[in-house]
Design a protein around this ligand. Structure first.
Ligand SMILES: [Zn+2]
Length: 337
């Protein structure tokens, strides 16, 4: 995975801006990596950003699908500055290819898996129809009604917080949005691997700034896997040497087990819901803050706030003040960065 991350972050890819020659080179590198993983990738043109998605599938033995996606584009260059985007989002593309390799070697039981390396996620395209993921939803290669889950990965390459923090914090991977489909939270909770702590949170604790957004809009069950924004987010310092490779390896293992479990779910169809789950967000916040108390006095203050918000949640797990939950998440994300 490190080789692929370094290739995508090479000087020749020049930050992989959608529609640029560096972006086209990155696309060729992703296609080639899929081929070497035993898959048959196809390109889907994305006219809005003058780029293309790279799609590959692995057949299961059922009629429905799970889609796993990660954008491969990044910010390109600005003047003499090159934005390499190792964490955003070369690491997730490497995890995606690794998932493809594992599934090609041993196909999933039940649902088939569509792997999507999306173009055009970054500004100026994000949250517009020019996004590769929005293009996919507009012209899907698999009918959207046949998707039982869309998993988007964004910023999954780094440890959370500075090196002084314990593994329980550093090894955190947040899973957002499982509450928006029936039974998906239980599948997330059923999978664990050493070296990674997956913590669930409601999709609305952050703005919908990744490839899950067009799927969410189309009422497709979705999840976002992310380690959150960090100090190198959208900075020239987001380089391969700063990533946590043990965590990336653990993430690939977790994702493979999770996707196999999602494929094998017994339901005929997984239903999208508008349910909220502030309780899971707050429990995740409380678990992280409990670890931080020893190193930060502010953590104790935030912990008291989180516990108060948790007590205020109703029996459906919904807070009467979800904005305060999101604000608390934002404060912790900034503090950890
Ligand atoms: Zn980004």
């Amino acid at each position: 995975m490190r080789d692929l991350i370094e290739a995508l972050c090479s000087a020749d890819c020049a930050g992989r801006a959608a529609g640029s020659s560096g972006g086209r080179l990155a696309r060729a590198i992703v296609s080639d990596a899929f081929v070497k993983a035993g898959l048959k990738p196809e390109e889907q043109l994305v006219p809005g950003c003058k780029g293309a998605n790279v799609l590959a599938s692995v057949a299961g033995d059922g009629p429905r699908w799970v889609l796993v996606g990660a954008h491969y584009d990044h910010l390109g260059t600005h003047g003499s500055k090159v934005f390499h985007g190792a964490d955003d989002n070369a690491a997730a593309v490497a995890v995606l290819v690794e998932l493809g390799r594992a599934l090609a070697a041993k196909p999933p039981k039940g649902r088939s898996v569509l792997l999507a390396a999306f173009d055009g996620e970054e500004p100026p395209h994000y949250m517009s129809e020019a996004m590769g993921s929005a293009q996919f939803c507009a012209t899907p290669t698999v009918p959207l009604q046949e998707l039982d889950l869309m998993v988007s990965m964004d910023l999954v390459g780094h440890a959370v917080g500075p090196a002084v923090l314990p593994p329980a914090v550093r090894n955190t991977l947040f899973a957002l949005g499982a509450e928006r489909s029936e039974g998906t939270s239980a599948v997330v909770d059923s999978v664990s691997v050493p070296g990674l702590v997956v913590r669930r949170a409601d999709a609305e604790v952050i703005p919908p700034l990744s490839d899950h957004w067009p799927f969410w809009r189309a009422s497709v069950p979705f999840m976002l896997l992310t380690c959150g924004r960090w100090e190198h987010y959208h900075a020239v310092t987001d380089t391969p040497d700063r990533l946590d490779y043990a965590k990336i390896a653990a993430t690939a293992k977790w994702l493979e087990a999770f996707v196999r479990a999602a494929c094998a779910r017994p339901e005929v169809k997984v239903r999208f819901t508008n349910a909220r789950d502030d309780v899971s967000s707050l429990r995740s916040i409380i678990a992280v803050l409990s670890e931080l108390q020893a190193v930060s006095e502010l953590a104790a203050v935030a912990l008291a706030q989180a516990e108060e918000l948790l007590e205020g949640c109703d029996e459906r797990g919904v807070s009467p003040v979800p904005k305060r939950v999101a604000e608390l998440v934002g404060q912790i994300e900034s503090a950890l960065a």
